[in-house]
Design a protein around this ligand. Structure first.
Ligand code: IPM
Ligand code: MG
Length: 368
């Protein structure tokens, strides 16, 4: 059998720095666990635009469709702010999501014990937190038509459309219920059924899927604004949250910060199974390209490292090795290692991005 294949797209800003640390870990699994990946690397976002005049070259898109999993760093930066909308770095990422049909975006928010003090919330509110946001990723207002900026009378009008079909809602709901069964068996669905028709349909379809196929899972519904409030008030009431593309974007940033730093949170974007049975998959940190700290060795590589752990779990059936990697991260944090995003404790000097990566590799080796 051939090795599993991995396409690495470091992207822009801190993307390449954090991805360099993931490369060390990928290599470690090859050398020490006999888990050898065929790794290829390519450009996405601003870096692709600089070379090809497009944020995602067709060849790269084609490669992404062929491999077992894609690992992406981050895209975007102020250098590209004034580009035409159609070639902005973010369009590269959105094209990958859309054309690979990665409809289910898993964003876990877990609070590591060693970091409970970093949250802006009280320690007992976040200690032990372990929730999973399932964000619909290929439809909704991100992709709905009509869209654009048009002239109307003597002014411009900006238009976007929230559009969901029943099947789009049903498939992401199923993915949330499936996950819940492997966790706390609870799903909370969030929409704005009080003001949006798409929200009414969302609530109906989630309820139908629940009754027909997942009645053993506990289901509740919340308006997304109330959900945001509850996430701040008592996040541990949640197990799995399922929501649309835009609400999921916002709620997942919020959930990420509950855990102390945006630099910690991974994500998996999954589609339908390929011929080999593995889902189409892209793994990326929830954080952005952080241009303000790029190139300075200040970035926290953990979100990207944990995204690779999710790849081990969801694409490669290597749950034990994923646990090993997550425990290695937990170990270096418990040992007091901190990148610059995690400062505030007395007498702690930050380690660099690569020192953090090296420490995780050392903890992996120590786990053998
Ligand atoms: C995210 C990001 C993206 C999004 C951007 C970079 C297009 O914020 O993955 O959460 O809005 O989906
Ligand atoms: Mg976002």
């Amino acid at each position: 059998m051939s090795n599993p294949s991995l396409l690495i797209l470091p992207g822009d800003g801190i993307g390449p720095e954090v991805m360099a640390e993931v490369r060390k870990i990928v290599d470690w699994f090859g050398a020490k666990r006999d888990l050898v990946f065929d790794v290829s690397e390519d450009l996405v976002g601003g870096s692709a635009y600089d070379k090809h005049g497009t944020p995602l070259h067709d060849d790269t898109m084609e490669k992404a469709q062929q491999v077992d999993a894609v690992l992406l760093g981050a895209v975007g930066g102020p250098k590209y702010d004034n580009l035409d909308f159609s070639v902005k770095p973010e369009r590269g990422l959105l094209r990958l999501r859309k054309e690979m049909d990665l409809f289910s975006n898993l964003r876990p928010a877990q609070c590591f014990d060693a970091l409970a003090d970093f949250s802006s919330l009280k320690k007992d509110v976040v200690a032990g937190l372990d929730i999973m946001i399932v964000r619909e990723l290929t439809s909704g207002i991100y992709f709905g038509e009509p869209r654009g900026i048009i002239e109307e009378g003597n002014e411009r009008v900006g238009i976007n459309t929230q559009r969901y079909t029943e099947s789009e809602i049903a498939r992401v709901a199923r993915s949330a219920f499936e996950l819940a069964r492997k966790r706390g068996n609870k799903v909370c669905s969030m929409e704005k059924a009080n003001v949006m028709e798409s929200g009414i349909l969302w609530r109906d379809v989630v309820t139908e899927v629940h009754q027909a196929e997942y009645a053993d899972v506990e289901l509740s519904h919340m308006y997304a604004d109330a959900g945001a409030m509850q996430l701040c008030r008592w996040p541990k009431q949640f197990d799995v949250i399922v929501t649309d593309n835009l609400f999921g974007d916002i709620l997942s940033d919020m959930a990420a910060m509950l855990t102390g730093s945006l630099g910690m949170l991974p994500s998996a974007s999954l589609g339908v199974p390929m011929a080999n049975g593995r889902p189409k998959a892209l793994y990326e940190p929830v954080h952005g390209s952080a241009p303000d700290i790029a190139g300075q060795g200040k970035a926290n590589p953990i979100a990207c490292v944990l995204s690779f752990a999710m790849a081990l779990r969801y694409s490669f059936d290597q749950g034990t090795e994923a646990d090993r990697l997550e425990q290695a991260v937990e170990k270096v944090l418990a040992d007091g290692l901190r990148t610059a995003d995690l400062l505030g404790e007395e007498g702690v000097t930050p380690v660099s991005t690569s020192e953090m990566g090296d420490a995780i590799v050392a903890a992996l080796t120590a786990s053998l």
